[in-house]
Ligand binder design. Structure first.
Ligand SMILES: Nc1ncnc2c1ncn2[C@@H]1O[C@H](COP(=O)(O)OP(=O)(O)OP(=O)(O)O)[C@@H](O)[C@H]1O
Length: 352
């Protein structure tokens, strides 16, 4: 297994700069998830680590060795693609053993490694089938098996679950997590799905516009997002944002004059433009609250209830497990508990 260091890495396609100075140190055995909206540059970064794209500037090292000029096959890393990329004319066993046969590994060793990986992935009864006779989930398992038998220094995953339906995605997600716990292989996983990022990662790298926005443990990003982008991207239903002005005695004043008490922030001036953030599950419905919101829509999800509310025309959502919320009248009393409030400055950065 390996550590991977990315230092000041930039990428341009002709005149278009898509990655702007990425720095990231990945520890041996770590599971890193690169997450961000379409076009943020996460796949390009992964492909540069794999050697499938050139590095415009900066340096990528694996185990302390610069690999910028190294061909993909010499980097000793395995990539698992969204499209599986299996050989259609080969059986599952032959797909999995292909790279070992190329390396002229001994036959008995190949058989043992393929059967071991097949058993780990629940593929044992399917070893003689061709890919076209497999379901999407089974194909993705074969693609993973092919990566595992190579015993690479690191695994790179490029949206491996995007082609699967929701239920299978959930199941495969758990399998990937178990596999990582079992193999302890350094892994870099690209997705635009923040639930995959939250559930799989040791550390999440949130990207936007070719720039790393925040790196941290999933719950750090959830509890203390560094800026408005991360706050809005991580979490579903998404964090509510309300624009207002900061008052130094410790409040944010909304455009309608509503004062929301917040812990004082040293670095904000009186009257500074700010955005208040609160997650839907943190908005409290409390009978004694003087703040009343109009009920616009009620969405029961089965698991919980999402209320679409508005405070003098400012929309926000509440998520609650309390089924009483289904009976909400035209107005509900709400409160924004100050320990759950996030305040962002005019540049969108966290102000603490
Ligand atoms: N070969 C290329 N030539 C020119 N532009 C490219 C090339 N490959 C990617 N890009 C551009 O680089 C930007 C980043 O693409 P990339 O595929 O890395 O994004 P992504 O975050 O992985 O998005 P997605 O989730 O849609 O794959 C995009 O604007 C894309 O159009």
């Amino acid at each position: 297994m390996a550590s991977i260091e990315i230092s000041a890495v930039a990428k341009s396609f002709g005149p278009f700069a898509v990655l702007h100075g990425i720095d990231l140190d990945i520890a041996d055995s770590e599971f890193i998830v690169l997450v961000g909206p379409s076009g943020c540059g996460k796949s390009t970064l992964l492909r540069m680590i794999a050697g499938l794209e050139s590095v415009t500037a900066g340096e990528i090292s694996i185990d302390g060795r610069r690999v910028n000029e190294l061909a993909p096959k010499d980097r000793d890393i395995a990539m698992v693609f969204q499209s599986y990329a299996l050989y259609p004319h080969m059986s599952v066993a032959d797909n999995m053993s292909y790279s070992l046969r190329l390396r002229k590994t001994a036959k008995e060793k190949i058989a043992a490694m393929v059967s071991d990986a097949g058993a780990k992935l629940g593929l044992a009864p399917l070893m003689e089938r061709r890919p076209k006779a497999l379901s999407g989930g089974q194909r993705q398992r074969v693609a993973m098996g092919r990566a595992i038998v190579r015993q690479p220094k690191a695994f790179l995953f490029d949206e491996p679950l995007s082609n699967l339906d929701a239920r299978l995605r959930e199941q495969m997600r758990a399998e990937i997590k178990k596999l990582h716990a079992d193999l302890g292989a350094t892994s870099i996983y690209v997705t635009h799905d923040q639930i995959e990022a939250m559930t799989l990662a040791d550390r999440i790298v949130a990207m936007h516009g070719g720039v790393v926005q925040q790196v941290g443990a999933p719950l750090d990003l959830y509890d203390r997002p560094a800026n408005l982008f991360v706050a809005g991207f991580i979490g579903s239903p998404a964090m509510n944002f309300l624009d207002g002005r900061y008052a130094r005695e410790g409040a944010v004043v909304l455009p309608d004059g509503t004062r929301i008490p917040v812990a004082p922030r040293e670095n904000l001036a009186e009257g500074a433009q700010v955005t208040l953030g609160i997650r839907p599950e943190h908005v409290a419905i409390v009978p004694e609250s003087p703040m009343e919101a109009a009920v616009e829509l009620i969405e029961p999800t089965g698991f919980g209830i999402i209320l679409h509310l508005s405070l003098h025309g400012l929309p926000f959502k509440v998520f609650t497990l309390d089924r009483e919320a289904l009976k909400a009248g035209p107005k509900v009393p709400v409160a924004f508990p100050s320990q759950h409030l996030h305040v962002f400055d005019a540049e969108g950065n966290r102000a603490d």
